[in-house]
Design a binder for this molecule. Sequence first.
Ligand SMILES: Nc1ncnc2c1ncn2[C@@H]1O[C@H](COP(=O)(O)OP(=O)(O)OP(=O)(O)O)[C@@H](O)[C@H]1O
Length: 736
Amino acid sequence: MDSDDEFGLCSEDEEALALACENADASAKRKHDQTGTNIGPPSKKQLTDAFPRKSPLAVKVLNDQFGLKAFRLEQEAAIARLLEGGSAVVVFPTGGGKSLCYQVPAVAFAELDKLAGDRGPNDGGVTIVVSPLIALMKDQVDALLRRNIKAAVLNSSLSRESFLQVNDDLRNGRLKLLYCAPERLNNEGFVESIKSVRGGVRLVAVDEAHCVSEWGHSFRPDYLKVARFITELNAERVVCLTATATPKVARDICNSFGIDESGLFRTTMYRPNLRLLAEVSRNKQDYYPKLFKFLRENRGPTIIYVTIQKQSEFLAEDLQEQGFKAKAFHAGLPTEEKTNIQDQFMTQNDLIIVATIAFGMGIDKANIRNLIHCNIPSSVEEYSQQIGRAGRDGRPSICMFYMSPEDFYLRNVFTYGDLPSRDSVRRFLEHVFSPANVLLDVGDTFNTNHRSQAKDFDINLSPLSIMYAQLELQFGLIRATTPIYAKYEYETINARILMNDSSSEAVAIRSVAHKKTKWWEIDADSAATRGGVNRLDIIKKLNDWNDRGIILMKASGVQNVYRVEKKLPSTPQEIAEIVDRLYLEMVEREQQALQRTKEVVGLVTSKKCFSRSLAAYFGDGSEGMPDECGHCTWCETHRQVVLPKIPPEPPSPSAITAILRTCPWRDDPRFLARVAFGITSPRVTAEKLKSSAVFNSMPVCEFMELVSVFTEKCNEANQANPGNQANRMSRTNRTN
Ligand SMILES: Nc1ncnc2c1ncn2[C@@H]1O[C@H](COP(=O)(O)OP(=O)(O)OP(=O)(O)O)[C@@H](O)[C@H]1O
């Protein structure tokens, strides 16, 4: 079942990132403290003092450089604080104008410096924007360049030449803004080059800052490292931006970045032009006629959100058959097609996009008239962010939420899929703290591959990377460093030059290269050891040959590299303690995810005004907002939207027997329950169970009841036959 990542990232981004990083020119570094500029983070006094809410300088920059007349709502107050040296958290709804809150200061610093006269022309420093939305960064950079504001993005799509150019501009103080993804902060070369920027880091803008909070709806472990990065860089100030933060999440963001709560700028979520409606049906088939009728009566640009990719395709086809102009959009489509669909949506006024979560980030279309949910969004935050895309022109627009009890099943598939079994966590940690790793000294490094570990230990990539981040940030045992490629391959284009290169790197490469069809394969580590040269120089030589057309090179097999920061735990008790802590937190996260689904449903099924409930969720008192908005299902009808109750069925004994017969392993009751419920996992895929008749044989049962039935069965088997390896290991793990 393919759902989409909120940010549309995929593994290739990470691999290409690693290659770009290896290409980084580590020389020519210049520490900004060598320039004599003495800058650092703001003092506590600066953070807590009252800051002005107005800034004539910011208004001048807004008018002159951005061609806009006036600031909106809290924009000026947040910017004024930043220009005074304070830090801020900005919570404005989607389309609320968050970008200007860091773009205006980034430009205004130069004006401030002129007034103060304490910096040279190239010592203006840089503003770093950390954002997970790689595609959007480029759009923003292009828009800034059109305004003659020097900005760049460092991402995996850059050519080697552009990459070197950006680095050169950065080092020489020519860039005002640099955009990058949070994953890049793991790259030591990148961090070092930022430390060398003339004039230092004036501001770090952290976009989608809710990702830093474990209470947030899309926690991303790499975000936890942003705060550490800011301290290490001695950045002058920080602005965290998000469209969705509950009071708890906003507090978390403030705490993570040491920002006083007086630095929190929030604007109301209330949108008087949005009609918030909800309808329920007993099953999904029932709402199709309602949806078609709705779309015939309410024309205009429309987005329909569904959860999985296949669903978007099927529904788009159904709509086309009904005579609507509809297109599916999801992360699985080729990039060109996605761009094409987005462009069509921007310019046409009758197109319906049936999309997964991957659509919408950065779609700045003012006249979206209908925003429809055909599944339950994963959280109130997601719902609010998505409906926020409707009616940005202020004209009446409808947000319709179709719900049926089946939707819970789909949500649960995702929620229950992310919690591995405790045994998986234990085996994973025993692998991280393997006898070889335990012998490592502090400062030594070890390599892993998250993807193969996910498969070997049956843990999804997201919880796996969260555990690594916890080992790093909570336990202080390891630290992620620049990822590397395991394997390089090349095809010889000019054999004469290649063979005549007598440098020690060339000799080392030739000595380990072995031919596979027309490609030569080389292991960079062996080449470095064999030739007594630096691994990085081996990679540089390969890149150099590649750039000069002597070879055609490809790299694969990204490896995550960790440096040991503390002696790694080695006894079973030490490891068990870590397992307990990590597992407990994972169980809590599962509970939170279940709770989030309930909150979304609660929002539209309680006897309350939807707009008010939404505002209350975000701690927004909504001054000036009426007690009842008058434009939601509750206010319009005063009839409660009631979801039909369909009780789960008890597990079927014959289906249980069939699963036990097909899956002979008794080491993980959750794994067996997942097979029954129809939840894929790396192990389900490896055992080719998805096409088996037992997969998804009990989707109508309560998942936790299935877990308890299979726990009993596993216990019985293990008691009857203790130590039986067949009980414990599947084929996946036997290959280890
Ligand atoms: N003060 C202003 N005056 C006029 N237009 C503005 C102002 N502030 C922002 N805008 C415009 O509003 C639109 C949305 O701004 P922006 O993209 O910064 O919103 P955002 O809060 O980052 O939204 P999202 O959450 O979707 O990323 C842009 O077209 C921007 O130029």
